[in-house]
Write a protein that binds this ligand. Structure first.
Ligand code: IPM
Ligand code: MN
Length: 356
């Protein structure tokens, strides 16, 4: 098959990790007989520098006409300590999610045997943990009305959800849970928040239509604790935007390094694939960024956007092999020999090539 992939490397370490993901995509395509055309677009601080807009119309047009989007990261220290900045790189990502209708963010947390000792949790707690976080991505406080009053001395962000927004993300969560181990945990704060009570009500209404899925409900503060106390107790976890942002960062370190967590954002239009680690500007250009999350995002791209399971698996196997072989960046090297970002990417592409 032939595929058009939009590359949006973005800021910070985005470009260098996306470069390695492209090597893996090329290797898999060569092995399985696919062809790809890449078109690069601007998003984030680099887009603001070029044209003043973090998600320019031409980038949106490119995403809309592509079969999938491979995205790096956005963010720049120039904006971090400037609360008065009118335009921010992160707005590019939020606009992209909204305009592409990407209402669901899927963040699988899997543990790799070779990394069990890198986890901040005890080996026996993490080994075998395998769950999927589904984060609602286009609603809640991120997109509700926000502003200032009292001459700027009072600020507010509104958390708002409609029934249809809740239904579509829960429907997806039920579907994924049924395909996995049939266990869905709905995470909310229904003891305090009205939006959470709507989520819980809708979930309870939907549950009888999904008899193959066992549903339980957990308050987000408790979920934050249970995730590190007993990560193996989770199969599919679904939650609203802000809770999902926080819990998935927490969940990401369970695997031993945030540099391993990939994600897919799916919804109305072209799906987007991205590492969740962010732009890490201090490391940009140094060749120390871990490319595995971006490479695993490419695996998700084959699986989720193109329905090509064998291709995704070939990438995952290569990643696991690189970890077993100790070909890792410094975050995983444990004082031992660290490879550069490009060396890890080259090793993985080579492994995919050699294992035809
Ligand atoms: C993420 C990031 C983004 C978010 C930022 C960069 C806007 O933290 O994808 O988790 O908060 O959603
Ligand atoms: Mn985040």
């Amino acid at each position: 098959m032939h595929y058009n992939i939009a590359l949006l490397p973005g800021d910070g370490i985005g470009p260098e990790v996306i470069r390695e993901a492209v090597k893996a995509v090329d290797a898999v395509c060569a092995r399985f007989g696919h062809t790809v055309r890449y078109t690069t677009g601007w998003v984030g601080a680099c887009a603001i520098d070029r044209c003043g807009n973090p998600y320019p119309a031409e980038t949106h047009a490119l995403c809309m006409e592509s079969d999938a989007v491979l995205f790096g990261a956005v963010g720049d220290p120039r904006y971090d300590n400037d609360p008065t900045a009118k335009v921010r790189p992160e707005q590019g990502l939020l606009a992209m999610r909204k305009q592409l209708g990407l209402y669901a963010n899927l963040r699988p947390v899997e543990t790799f045997a070779a990394l069990a000792d890198k986890s901040p949790l005890k080996r026996e707690r993490v080994e075998g943990a395998d769950f999927l976080c589904i984060r609602e991505l286009t609603g809640g406080m991120y997109f509700g009305e926000k502003g200032r009053r009292d001459s700027g001395d009072t600020a507010y962000d509104t958390c708002i959800y409609s029934r249809s927004e809740v239904e579509r993300i829960l429907e997806l969560a039920f579907t994924y849970a049924a395909r996995r181990r049939g266990h869905l945990t709905v995470v909310d704060k229904a003891n305090v928040l009205e939006t959470s009570r709507l989520w819980r009500q809708v979930a309870q209404e939907m549950a009888p239509q999904h008899p193959d899925v066992q549903v339980d409900y957990m308050y987000v503060d408790n979920a934050a604790m249970q995730l590190i106390r007993d990560p193996k107790a989770f199969d599919v976890l679904v939650t609203e935007n802000t809770f999902g942002d926080i819990l998935t960062d927490e969940a990401s370190c369970i695997t031993g390094s945030m540099g391993l967590l990939a994600s897919a954002s799916v919804g109305a239009h072209t799906s987007l694939f991205e590492p969740i680690h962010g732009s890490w500007p201090q490391a940009a250009g140094k060749g120390i960024a871990n490319p595995l999350a971006a490479i695993l995002s490419a695996a998700m791209l084959f699986e989720y956007a193109f329905g090509l399971g064998a291709e995704g698996k070939a990438i995952r196997q290569a990643v696991a092999a690189s970890l077993d072989a100790g070909v890792v960046t410094e975050d995983l090297a444990d004082g031992g020999k660290a490879s550069s970002t490009a060396e890890v990417g080259d090793w993985i592409a080579q492994f995919i090539n050699d294992n035809k």
